[in-house]
Write a protein that binds this ligand. Structure first.
Ligand code: ADP
Ligand code: MG
Length: 337
């Protein structure tokens, strides 16, 4: 089942260009961070740097995983503190900034709730907790504080940290740096729903990125973009059906302790910094469209939101956006002001 979910994640967002005949190149792939990741360089001479990227993903997982018993985050959650590292400092900086800028919708201290619902390998028994359990766990999560002091990372009040809402974005950002520093001028990083384009295609045309239809096979729309991160969060990949027949997905509203319920099926964020795009896509899924727009504007991010019958896009995407034929009957297109 896990494999299937991983595969579904993998195909969540793909490049439409992949459907055409590929030019020569090299693809490194790795199974890490609960997904299958691909780094494709379009010139084989850069193969070693693609491999460097996937190795980095493994290293990051070994530091950031909540479930690997040797990881720094595992120790942090067990002992309340851990010696920091360059990556831990950087990702904590991102996480705390995003928590602040998203009115707490992105919350790295969410792990007690993620664990309670069973959205982790540590407690892979997904279930709807009782109201009392949620109230108690919510209190614990909301009262805990993540901070850095004297080169140590701390989580207070018996809380627990989860960088899962930002880790792949952070990894993609570092991969972009590796590839750029080494002169790679055309590459594609696909970390299961987290896409980073690198440079431009050899024929000079923009990258063409397809966003999956979240409720059935196929795609809803295509984005024509330069070098950027494109990150999707949705309720369609990681979820379970409760005994009550309802669907419960893996993004938790830190204010209620329940999976968020803002009416969004999937939200895609386009931003030059993959870590920001990743954090924002998780937060926007919790916040709903209106509040998300203010934040998107602050960051200069563009957004595609899919609801039941509406696809909303920010203004900056108007001339970069094409609706798929199959989606034209089902969705109304709305441009957000
Ligand atoms: P995915 O990891 O499926 O690509 P996201 O980037 O949206 O999707 O991250 C979801 C993960 O983030 C969850 O599996 C969980 O580990 C964590 N998470 C859940 N709710 C929140 C939240 N409100 N803030 C920060 N992280 C969250
Ligand atoms: Mg995210």
């Amino acid at each position: 089942m896990k494999k299937l979910i991983v595969l579904l994640t993998l195909f969540c967002v793909i490049l439409a260009s992949c459907e055409k005949k590929e030019p020569e190149g090299y693809t490194a792939s790795i199974n890490a961070m609960d997904t299958v990741a691909f780094v494709r360089v379009y010139d084989e001479k850069y193969a070693a740097f693609a491999d460097e990227c996937t190795e980095l993903m493994l290293q990051l997982e070994a530091e950031l995983s909540v479930t690997l018993t040797g990881s720094r985050v595992y120790h942090l959650n067990k002992n309340g503190s851990v010696p920091s590292t360059e990556h831990l400092k950087a990702i904590t900086g991102y996480a705390l900034e995003l928590k602040d800028k998203t009115f707490g919708a992105f919350d790295p201290c969410i792990y007690p709730l993620v664990r309670l619902w069973g959205f982790t390998e540590e407690n892979d028994k997904k279930r709807v907790p009782s109201e009392d359990e949620i109230i108690e766990t919510l209190k614990k999560a909301s009262e805990s504080k993540l901070y850095i002091k004297n080169d140590n990372l701390y989580i207070s009040n018996g809380g627990a940290v989860d960088f899962g809402g930002i880790a792949k974005g952070y990894a993609a950002k570092l991969m972009l740096e590796i590839l750029k520093e080494n002169g790679v001028d055309a590459a594609l990083i696909d970390l299961g729903g987290n896409i980073q384009t690198v440079g431009s295609k050899s024929d000079g045309t923009p990258w063409n990125i397809a966003i999956k239809n979240p409720v059935e096979d196929g795609y809803t729309c295509y984005l024509s973009l330069g070098e950027t991160a494109v990150v999707t969060s949705g309720s369609d990949v990681r979820y379970f059906i409760g005994d009550d027949g309802k669907k419960y997905h893996h993004i938790i509203d830190p204010k209620t302790g329940y999976p968020s319920d803002a009416g969004i099926i999937s939200v895609t964020v386009i931003h030059e910094d993959a870590a920001i795009a990743d954090g924002l896509s998780t937060a926007f899924f919790v916040l709903g469209i209106e509040k998300s727009l203010e934040i998107a504007e602050h960051y200069g991010a563009e957004v595609v939101v899919i609801e039941n019958e509406i696809i909303s896009i920010t203004k900056g995407l108007q001339d970069k956006f094409t609706l798929d034929e199959s989606a034209k009957d089902k969705y109304n297109l709305k441009v957000l002001d």
